[in-house]
Design a protein around this ligand. Structure first.
Ligand SMILES: Nc1ncnc2c1ncn2[C@@H]1O[C@H](COP(=O)(O)OP(=O)(O)OP(=O)(O)O)[C@@H](O)[C@H]1O
Length: 265
């Protein structure tokens, strides 16, 4: 399958502090990666590199075949779907208008810009996939966090990106909201078999069943990377979080808990 992302021996230093150290990663079309690690492990920093938002201090990053440092980052960014929970429209836009701003890669609709009929049709289709059809006229400030998250995923998918980056998309969601998001992500993956995704989270319970690969980060260093069957084990994830963990996978979903000392031990 075609390579969508390649990072080789990437280091990031900010204010004299090493935030990422020697991280390498290759993501191919159709793969769905989880980036896991404790608070401060460097997940969001790595995602910003993969989304062409920042340059590495050392090492190389290729996004959609273009090497960072050799191409216009803004042009490249427009071709990557990035779901950033910090996204904040300045005015009370309707859901459908937020979704359409994915085409102009702007926070607010551009003056005098009008979508073509097929673009409106695509926005409608994506809103349906993400369970937003009833909310298409609702205004951003009235949406719940989960509804905002799903709106931002639809927005990110408008320009038909080959790569979708998701930074902790389930943060702050209640159980129905989280399950709806996970269901929508899996449906999306089925509908777009060539789409590659990278999802950052601390919580294995939030991983969609379609997750194929994982990268574990600890203190900016890669601990393990590869197919989920190899990487998502109690021993490896336990080392990543510095805890003795028991990890189970049932019906495609993961659960994790701290291992209790054996009775009498
Ligand atoms: N511009 C910066 N200057 C200095 N330190 C920074 C900068 N940006 C991030 N850091 C530090 O780098 C480390 C990694 O940050 P990052 O946000 O990538 O981690 P994370 O794994 O996404 O964490 P979290 O799970 O808490 O969101 C943190 O200790 C953070 O404080």
């Amino acid at each position: 399958m075609t390579e969508v992302l390649r990072a080789e021996d990437v280091h990031v230093v900010r204010d004299g502090k090493a935030i990422l150290r020697g991280v390498s990663l290759t993501v191919r079309a159709g793969e769905h990666w989880a980036l896991l690690g404790a608070n401060g492990a460097g997940k969001s920093t790595l995602l910003s590199l993969l989304g062409a938002l920042v340059h590495p201090t050392r090492g190389t990053v290729e996004v959609l075949g273009r090497r960072l440092g050799r191409v216009d980052l803004r042009e490249l960014r427009a071709r990557v779907g990035h779901v950033d929970p910090r996204h904040r429209p300045a005015s009370p836009l309707r859901v459908r208008d937020v979704v359409l701003t994915g085409l102009t890669n702007s926070v607010e609709p551009l003056p005098r810009w009008q979508p073509a009929p097929e673009q409106v049709e695509r926005a409608e289709r994506l809103m349906r996939t993400l369970g937003l059809e009833e909310l298409r006229e609702a205004r951003w400030p009235t949406l719940s966090q989960g509804q905002r998250g799903r709106t931002l995923i639809a927005r990110a998918l408008m320009p038909r990106p080959r790569l979708l980056l998701l930074d902790e998309p389930a943060t702050g969601l209640d159980l129905p909201g989280r399950e709806q998001l996970i269901g929508a992500l899996d449906e999306l993956r089925r509908d777009h078999p060539h789409l590659a995704t990278v999802l950052v989270t601390h919580h294995l319970e939030e991983l969609p069943p379609g997750t194929t690969h994982a990268l574990l980060l600890r203190d900016g260093r890669p601990l393990a990377r590869g197919p989920v069957a190899e990487v998502l084990t109690g021993e490896r994830v336990g080392r990543c979080f510095g805890l003795p963990l028991v990890l189970e996978r049932r019906e495609g979903r993961w659960t994790v808990r701290v291992r209790r000392p054996a009775a009498g031990a």
